[in-house]
Write a protein that binds this ligand. Structure first.
Ligand code: 5AD
Ligand code: SF4
Length: 435
């Protein structure tokens, strides 16, 4: 989502004479597009701000009359608002994820100096009108394009800041989504990943005026000329629905790989987290998806050391991981976030126990990931090539399961789905021969 927002910000500023620079020290405007999900991400913002401040001061000391406008956008901007300009007075602008469509206007205001001092802008409103009505169409796009169909979250998991930073669930209309998809395909996209914090909770206005589910939307997208692959992320188990299972069964372009975070394998912890489903219910969903699409692979997110988590709860999570056999998973130490119910619980797990549990989770996931990659050896997989490899003369692509595959070749292969016979499975990638 942040990558998508970043691309949109660049598209918004382009007509106003701004372009992306690869050298951040050279920038006239630096925008930090920030994440508030865990404390570590937030800390990074303040260390990056320190670095930018040094550049700004250095320019002043060299009498370089090009000043640098420093902006903090995204979810840290939303959550911290004016606190940022208090802690870092050299920041000129703070805005949340719902107001970045106003960037050109905000920048213009800042450039008008008031009494020799820059006017600061802090905009963390949730405007009544959707920003999507103001975002420009992409002017260029990668082979794998992102498309936001839904934003925000009403689930209020007890550890999570997203409902506060991204706001209430909002679904775009199928008409605007299909228009954007057509535009991306015309620009050369081959794969479209539908995005939303609760993407399978999508319930937008359909082309027939009724409400469409994500499953229904996927059927419509699959009809568009040139669409080779469809993905969606991130889903919540409670929002899996019949049309979506059907789409996994029927829609060839819908990739057999699903990120379906479960967070914990203990019913007690799931309840404490306010996830509103049990382990057995989650496993039932996995089973239904496998029935619809037998070759489907899964990934998940896990939190290690949620408040009150016992050694037994942790073992239950390891059991669940073994049981499902994930192709991939992300795991994080629980990070108390301001304003969330879990952050004020007295039962916080000590840091060293969190670290040990995280390492155990990650070791198990790594073993499974390698086994999953090795299970591909001897198979012929379709790979969509989209970028240069690390070594000259190599290109890199992705399988349906998001594994990286390198092949000798050049950019003429970009956008092509090629059959590759897999010879080796490694930790993070596969290698093989083009058929
Ligand atoms: N601490 C640790 N991990 C978190 N996540 C969300 N909030 C927290 C938190 N407070 C993780 C969840 C979620 C992913 C995007 O980030 O696993 O699925
Ligand atoms: Fe956060 Fe996802 Fe829970 Fe929403 S469903 S509160 S985004 S973890």
């Amino acid at each position: 989502m942040n990558v998508y927002d970043g691309q949109k910000m660049a598209d918004l500023l382009k007509p106003h004479g701004y372009r992306i620079t690869e050298i951040s020290e050279d920038a006239d405007v630096s925008i930090l597009n920030t994440c508030h999900i865990r404390e570590k991400a937030e800390h990074k913002v303040f260390s990056d701000l320190g670095r930018l401040h040094a550049v700004k001061k250095d320019r002043k000391s060299r009498d370089d009359d090009r000043d640098m406008i420093i902006a903090v956008g995204g979810c840290v901007g939303q959550a911290e608002g004016e606190e940022i300009t208090r802690q870092a007075p050299y920041v000129d602008m703070v805005f949340g994820p719902q107001s970045y469509h106003r960037l050109p206007e905000m920048l213009a205001q800042i450039e008008q100096k008031i009494k020799g001092k820059r006017k600061k802008i802090v905009d963390t409103q949730f405007p009544a009108i959707s920003k999507f009505d103001f975002l420009p169409s992409a002017s260029e796009t990668p082979v794998n394009a992102f498309l936001v169909v839904q934003e925000g979250c009403d689930k209020f998991c007890h550890f999570c800041v997203v409902p506060y930073t991204r706001g209430a669930e909002y679904s775009r209309s199928a008409k605007t989504i299909l228009q954007e998809a057509k535009h991306l395909l015309a620009l050369g996209a081959k794969e479209i990943t539908l995005l939303g914090q609760n993407v399978n909770g999508y319930h937008g206005e359909g082309l027939d005026g009724g409400e469409w589910s994500l499953g229904r939307l996927i059927y419509a997208l699959a009809e568009l000329d040139g669409i080779k692959r469809i993905r969606y992320t991130t889903s919540h188990p409670l929002d899996m629905h019949d049309e979506l299972y059907d789409a996994h069964r029927d829609v060839e372009q819908l990739m057999p790989f699903l990120h379906l975070p479960v967070q914990s394998g203990s019913d007690l912890i799931l309840d404490a987290m306010n996830r509103k489903h049990t382990v057995a219910e989650y496993l039932k969903i996995i089973e239904k998806l496998r029935a619809a699409r037998p070759d489907i692979g899964f990934s998940s997110d896990f939190i290690a050391g949620y408040p009150g988590e016992t050694a037994k709860d942790h073992q239950d999570t390891l059991e669940l991981i073994k049981n499902v056999g994930y192709a991939q998973a992300y795991s994080f130490k629980y990070s108390p976030r301001p304003g969330t119910p879990a952050s004020i619980l007295q039962t916080q797990v000590p840091e060293d126990i969190k670290s040990t549990r995280l390492a155990e989770l990650q070791d198990l996931v790594n073993v499974q990931q390698i086994a999953f990659n090795q299970s591909m050896v001897g198979k012929t997989l379709e790979v969509l090539f989209d970028r240069e490899g690390k070594l000259p003369g190599q290109v890199l692509g992705k399988t349906a399961y998001m594994q990286s595959v390198t092949l000798n070749g050049d950019s003429s292969l970009f956008g092509n789905l090629l059959s590759v016979k897999i010879k080796h499975g490694h930790g993070n990638s596969l290698s093989g021969e083009r058929l």
